[in-house]
Ligand binder design. Structure first.
Ligand SMILES: [Zn+2]
Ligand SMILES: [Zn+2]
Length: 305
């Protein structure tokens, strides 16, 4: 089975700390690298974790608060200095293009590769990337400025034809695509062989949802229902519930409530306010509501499914 994982590059909100960088994640899926958010220092975190920046072809920026994109110009510049030719696809709200262009212009810099912008519409369920391996869709979040989360899901896989069945019934190549899609097989002698006798179930479909930054929002439940791993922001603890509401952020308890209602496999909390020192409190607050929860730690690769 291919690796499907997320490496946390930054788990601090607004301000970096000695152990936590600003938002950034590297998702590995079907041998491709996707970058989600790119706070300041993200390229250093990539380097620290021995992740080749030239393998990143898709960058998703959730929203235009600085802690989620101020590292982007530096990353693009390094890609250029290292002689990149391949285009980069950037999925972000419209203002990002201007921010990048101004920086390139004042530095009189020209990148050696193309930047393809795809503007986020701030709607849920918009398909951003789709190929034969996976699909990336937007999730509309509730924040002080337009903000999107991302749902990354493997596509339906075909059934596997058993090697023994191919030999036993001499299944011709032309019949195999249909059998993979669930059809029965008619032998040359006219005998109908049921699909379940000659195939095995496909591998299960794995999925990951990134929801940061957002206030508590039940409208995301439908989209993230049953995902294997949910990364949900928990900027505050319940002691700052009011502050969370004012700033359109969530508490650890609220993130856990969302995980429970969406019946996800595992919850990963992140985007912690730098004011907190006792991080175990996030865990204990969430655990009361949803048991399978972990705190995001910079540099850790979390397997999905
Ligand atoms: Zn943020
Ligand atoms: Zn924000």
């Amino acid at each position: 089975m291919d690796v499907f994982s997320v490496t946390v590059l930054g788990s601090s909100a607004a301000l970096p700390t000695a152990n936590r960088n600003l938002s950034g994640q590297l998702v590995k899926i079907a041998n491709q690298y996707l970058l989600i958010d790119c706070g300041e220092g993200t390229q250093i975190q990539l380097r620290r974790n021995k992740i080749s920046i030239q393998r990143i072809d898709h960058i998703f920026i959730s929203h235009l608060h600085g802690d989620h994109f101020y590292g982007l110009i530096g990353l693009l510049s390094s890609m250029h200095l290292l002689g990149r030719q391949k285009p980069v696809h950037i999925f972000a709200h419209e203002g990002l293009k201007k921010a990048i262009e101004v920086q390139l212009e004042v530095s009189q810099a020209r990148l050696s590769f193309e930047l393809n912008y795809h503007f986020l519409k701030n709607e849920s369920g918009v398909v951003l990337v789709e190929n034969k391996h996976f699909r990336v869709e937007s999730i509309k979040l509730k924040h002080s400025i337009p903000c999107c989360g991302f749902l990354i899901r493997e596509v339906e896989k075909p059934r596997n034809i058993l090697k023994s069945a191919i030999e036993k019934y001499s299944i011709p190549i032309k019949d195999r695509p249909g059998i993979k899609m669930g059809e029965d097989f008619l032998t040359q002698g006219g005998k109908l062989i049921k699909n379940e006798e000659i195939t095995s179930d496909p591998l299960t479909i794995r999925s990951y949802a990134y929801c940061s930054d957002t206030a508590y929002l039940e409208s995301i439940l439908e989209m993230i229902s049953g995902v294997d791993l949910l990364y949900h922001e928990a900027t505050f603890l319940e002691d700052k519930k009011e502050r969370a509401k004012e700033t359109f952020h969530s508490t650890a308890a609220q993130a856990a409530e969302i995980a429970k209602k969406a019946a996800v496999g595992q919850l990963l909390l992140g985007h912690f306010s730098a004011r907190y020192k006792e991080m175990d409190l996030f865990l204990s607050e969430a655990k009361v509501i949803f048991d399978n929860v972990a705190l995001a730690e910079d540099g850790i690769e979390y397997m999905i499914g």
